[in-house]
Design a protein around this ligand. Structure first.
Ligand code: PGA
Length: 247
């Protein structure tokens, strides 16, 4: 299908200016692997300064508000993030769905707001351990994806990240067979909404305890088009092997 691998770090609530050297080194690792699209979704406070040093790696945000402006203390609009230097944003990460109570409809609205501001979007979905154990993870996550999918979803501005909640930050990952089955199911679900051809071009990333040891095997799976990487993206020493595994 010719989908270019997309490998994105999610720094979550980590990073001060002292870590800009890591951003610069990750940019150098990205430059060494031009076949891979590489980015870092950073705390908003670091976006502008990181953008100045990130080189071949794009800089993104981790969330945006669904409104353009207004009385929303502490929130940031997509236009603000774009002006600071972000070219992508994550929406719908499970930590926000849980901690901030974001609904599928909120996530779709945030994706549209991001697109309107010129940002590309990584939309996250994934199941709890209860759902995985109950044996219906593919149906549940496919439904979550369709409910969170913005109108006009297209591969040129949107990527999906499948992140099993129980794999995030735990060192546990699903079996390769389970990842393959989920990604296939998600592409089929996308195809039902936007057509098989467009779904065939959309990147579906895996996220959850991806690191330099497991990235090559995960990204060799047919429908796995890259990774959304938390802990292993915080230093160039850990992230560079993940980038190399995608190249
Ligand atoms: P992890 O986080 O790589 O630390 O598991 C991934 C994510 O939550 O995006």
């Amino acid at each position: 299908m010719g989908r270019r691998k997309l490998v994105v770090g999610n720094w979550k609530m980590n990073g001060l200016r002292a870590q800009l050297g890591e951003v610069e080194a990750i940019g150098a690792a990205a430059a060494a692997h031009p076949s891979v699209e590489v980015g870092l979704c950073l705390p908003a406070t670091l976006i502008a300064s990181a953008q100045a040093v990130s080189g071949a790696a794009f800089v993104g945000a981790q969330d945006c508000h669904m409104k353009d402006s207004g009385a929303h203390t502490g929130c940031l609009s997509a236009a603000m993030l774009a002006e600071a230097g972000a070219s992508w944003t994550i929406v719908g990460h499970s930590e926000r769905r849980q901690d901030q109570g974001e609904s599928d409809a909120d996530v779709a609205a945030k994706a549209l707001a991001a697109k309107a501001a010129g940002l590309k979007v990584i939309l996250c979905v994934g199941e709890s351990l209860d759902v995985r154990d109950a044996g219906n993870a593919e149906a549940v996550v496919s439904a979550q994806l369709l409910a969170s999918l913005p109108d006009g979803a297209a591969a040129d501005w949107l990527a999906i990240a499948y992140e099993p909640i129980w794999a995030i930050g735990t060192g546990r990952i699903p079996t390769m067979e389970a990842v393959e089955a989920m990604h296939r199911a998600l592409r089929t679900a996308l195809g039902g909404r936007i057509g098989a051809a467009d779904a065939g071009g959309m990147r579906i990333l895996y996220g959850g305890s991806m690191n330099g040891d497991n990235a090559a095997e995960l990204m060799a799976i047919e429908d796995v088009d890259g990774g959304l990487v938390g802990g292993a993206s915080l230093t160039a020493a850990k992230f560079a092997p993940v980038i190399a595994a995608a190249g």
